[in-house]
Design a protein around this ligand. Structure first.
Ligand code: FAD
Length: 527
């Protein structure tokens, strides 16, 4: 099988790292923020390298609520600039990645006329702020309409609802597609490469040390500018710089549960605007299932695999239970996942709760010239990247070049988006379908219940730098986040295909399966 060319390739990246004497921009962290910066920087013509300690989007960027949104909640908080910027970025994302971002209608059920009025006025203002970038008009819906849109909604006291529009996407898929776009613009990206130290010349950052986690090779890398885009880990990199413990971020955990589609069988998403702890809760159709979330729990530890707390799962299920006639129970949960928000740290004495801390991003330049960017939202990744590269040009005295990402199509861009699960591959879907008919063995499913096929595993390895069974099942195919038990069933066949692709032996294959099964246990709801 002749696969399309991809420079998101390990051998290529390792060779380029060894043969490049001086980079202009090196980025630490391969989440939404880092990948966006790599794309922006490479598109402006800078020699750009990105290093990720685990897999791309392993951190927060695969654990979002999957919304491309202006942030209705931030409107209520009066953060108009954040909302305006996010609404514009929402539109740009739909324009540049129509194969990955979809318009999504949301229904807010209202149980008093005061709520109807309040949310209608608020969302009309949201529409106004979106202006020509609007995804659709917010309107009042009668009680009958709400019941038709959200079958199973609790009708006791229901007065009607408000329908408004935002966007929905697949976060890790978009991350991989941005990674490929960045390599097409000339950036070099390597996963499983952990930055372990910073190098300074006369007090200024001049490079870094990184460990290739697969080969144990240590790279000494020179760069004009180094960007710390490590999300909740920014303080660890700052510590390497400052030699003291900084407190730029305060992690806050958000949990999601995934349920069968029967709990929200229509096409519209449910938005619960005020939970008992004053947050919002979303029920979003996602890959033919339903995603419910999220929570906001301050945590001390920054784990790559954050653990959902029992009370967070209970909170989500109980809150949804108030609004649905058939309340979801733990036994219905197909998968649970938690992510950490890198919220800007605030003075503890101010007593702010994490839900009140700004979701805006923070961009700071240390005395050493290290640039740190954290916070923000997936939706605003492009704008954050633009600001960061602008800052890099000033900090590193790079030759000036203008940002072009507003008009860069994301890898796979196509105007003819299909409705199949393969649509995430965009323009590559036709080629995939051709290969499937050419060799039906490649079209075999990984599991009878889900449409994922063997060819996708091969593509993940050959084109998307997937290195482990987890990379494939968690972030290339998303099944771990959708249905953890199904992902466990798929692990042996995925390991066998990967072993053959990567020339690994049976021991590797078995070890991969065991490691994955252990990890997947954390995504199962024990009741
Ligand atoms: C529960 C939740 C729901 C959310 N929902 C939404 C939503 O619906 N819409 C939206 O727009 N936004 C949402 N967000 C926000 C969004 O997900 C984040 O803003 C975004 O993913 C942050 O990306 P990042 O690249 O900054 O961080 P991360 O994705 O965490 O990436 C940082 C990367 O740095 C790597 N790293 C760390 N240390 C090193 C090192 N030493 N060397 C190399 N690499 C290193 C990590 O492995 C990690 O992959 C949500 C966030 C949470 C937590």
């Amino acid at each position: 099988m002749n696969t399309p060319e991809s420079l998101l390739n390990r051998n290529y990246a390792e060779d380029r790292i060894k043969s490049t004497a001086q980079w202009e921009v090196v980025i630490i962290g391969g989440g939404a923020t880092g990948l966006g910066i790599a794309l922006d920087s490479a598109a402006r013509g800078y020699r750009t390298l990105l290093l990720e300690q685990h897999d791309f989007a392993k951190g927060t960027s695969s654990r979002s609520t999957k919304l491309v949104h202006g942030g209705v909640r931030y409107l209520a908080q009066g953060n108009l600039r954040l909302v305006r910027d996010a609404l514009r970025e929402r539109w740009l994302l739909l324009k540049n990645a129509p194969h990955l971002v979809k318009k999504q209608a949301f229904i807010i059920p209202c149980y008093s006329w005061f709520q109807v009025l309040k949310y209608l006025i608020g969302l009309k203002f949201y529409d106004l702020m979106a202006g020509k970038h609007s995804f659709g008009k917010s309107v009042y819906c009668s009680k009958t309409q709400v019941v038709a849109d959200i079958p199973g909604i609790n009708t006791k006291g229901l007065k009607g609802g408000i329908q408004y529009y935002d966007g929905r996407f697949d976060d890790a898929r978009l991350a991989i597609s941005i990674a490929r776009t960045a390599t097409e613009k000339g950036a070099v990206l390597l996963n499983y490469a952990r930055v372990t130290g910073l190098i300074k010349t006369q007090g200024k950052i001049s490079g870094l040390k990184a460990l290739n986690m697969e080969t144990d090779e240590v790279y000494t890398i020179s760069s004009t500018v180094v960007v710390n885009a490590t999300g909740v880990y920014v303080d660890e990199i700052l510590k390497l710089d400052l030699m003291q413990q900084p407190h730029l971020v305060r992690p806050s955990q958000g949990v999601h549960v995934v349920l069968p589609r029967s709990f929200l069988s229509g096409e519209k998403a449910l938005m619960i605007p005020k939970t008992s702890d004053g947050r919002v809760l979303f029920g979003v159709p996602w890959h033919n299932l339903v995603l419910l979330g999220t929570t906001d729990t301050p945590v001390e530890q920054t784990l790559l695999e954050p653990q959902a707390l029992e009370k967070e799962i209970d909170f989500i299920l109980n809150t949804a239970g108030f609004y649905l006639t058939a309340p979801p129970e733990k036994k219905d949960v197909l998968s649970i996942f938690a992510g950490l928000r890198p919220l800007a740290a605030v003075n503890k004495s101010s007593g702010s709760k994490t839900k009140e801390i700004s979701r805006d991003h923070k961009l700071v330049v240390s005395g050493s010239g290290l640039i740190t960017i954290t916070g923000g939202k997936w939706t605003t990744y492009r704008k954050m990247a633009e600001e960061t590269v602008d800052k890099a040009i000033k900090t590193g005295n790079l030759r000036p070049a203008l940002c072009t990402t507003k008009s860069i199509s994301i890898h796979g861009y196509t105007e003819e988006v299909s409705i199949s699960q393969l649509s995430v591959y965009g323009s590559e879907e036709a080629w995939i379908k051709h290969e499937m008919t050419h060799d039906p063995a490649l079209a075999e499913r990984l599991d009878v219940e889900y449409p994922y096929i063997k060819l996708e595993v091969i593509l993940a390895v050959r084109l998307e730098m997937a290195r482990t069974v987890e990379d494939v099942l968690a972030r290339r195919l998303r099944i771990l986040f959708l249905d953890a038990k199904a992902a466990m069933r798929m692990a042996p066949v995925v390991a066998a295909i990967m072993a053959s692709e990567l020339f690994k032996d049976e021991e590797w294959e078995n070890e991969q399966v065991q490691t994955f099964l252990k990890l997947a246990e954390n995504y199962i709801c024990n009741h």
